[in-house]
Design a binder for this molecule. Structure first.
Ligand code: ADP
Ligand code: MG
Length: 228
């Protein structure tokens, strides 16, 4: 079996709600391996974004164990978590969150520059990624000059820029029409297949989810496999 890139064991997470607390994750268990694309389908409010934020080191679990690429991040200091997040994780949001004043190419190069890669090398890799995703001709355009599908493909290229082991995508096609969603999902699938990385993708689109290697859901705070 290939390496485990994301592991949750008995993870709990709650939010404060007035005097009490709103329990969202109640013993969530999950393992995602290299080369695997997993779709997460669950109703609004089930805790999908909470799960992704914990797995993406943007938030901490209340209890339980979280492992990224074999590193137990539960008690890890913030600085080490930030370093691991930059090297091992790529995040794609529903709304692209690209930097508006930079071109598509620069948006994909910047995370590499932050990681210490030289400008020429970063731009070469950025262009390769944009080519893989079929948007190289748009490389010199700013986000506002791109269509929604193009923006999301740039966001995917950016997430993949530092060759992370794990790509987390929170409703990346939630804002797109069906044929564009298809293109964007294929782009993600292509990146996973060619890089050997893994991905956890939240989607409401059952047609897309069916093309993942596995589909999971969140029910009463736990993760369960489902078949669509
Ligand atoms: P999903 O992504 O599945 O729609 P979320 O993980 O965003 O669900 O949220 C799960 C529940 O937790 C929702 O009821 C939401 O309102 C609540 N919630 C999310 N974030 C916070 C927060 N920072 N503070 C309080 N409640 C929150
Ligand atoms: Mg959400």
């Amino acid at each position: 079996m290939s390496e485990t890139y994301l592991r949750f064991a008995n993870v709990f997470h709650a939010y404060k709600e007035g005097e009490g607390k709103l329990e969202i994750l109640k013993g969530a268990d999950l393992e995602i391996h290299g080369g695997e694309l997993v779709a997460l389908v669950a109703p609004s409010g089930a805790g999908k974004s909470t799960l992704l934020h914990i797995g993406g080191l943007l938030d901490r679990a209340d209890s339980g164990e979280v492992e990224i690429c074999g590193h137990n991040v539960t008690g890890m200091p913030d600085r080490a978590r930030t370093m691991l997040r930059r090297s091992a994780i790529g995040f794609v949001y529903q709304f692209h969150h690209l930097l508006p004043e930079f071109t598509a190419l620069e948006n994909v190069a910047i995370p590499q520059l932050i990681a210490g890669v030289g400008r020429a090398e970063a731009e070469t890799r950025a262009l390769e990624l944009l080519e893989t995703l079929g948007i190289a001709p748009r490389a010199s355009h700013r986000p506002s000059e791109l269509s929604g599908g193009e923006q999301q493909r740039v966001a995917i290229a950016r997430a993949a820029a530092n060759a992370p082991q794990l790509i987390l995508a929170d409703e990346p096609t939630g804002n797109l029409d069906p044929s564009t969603s298809d293109l964007v999902f294929e782009a993600l699938l292509g990146i996973i297949r060619t890089s050997g990385a893994s991905a956890l993708i939240v989607t409401h689109d059952h047609g897309l989810a069916k093309r993942a290697d596995r589909v999971i859901t969140l029910r009463a705070g736990k993760i369960e496999p489902i078949s669509l």
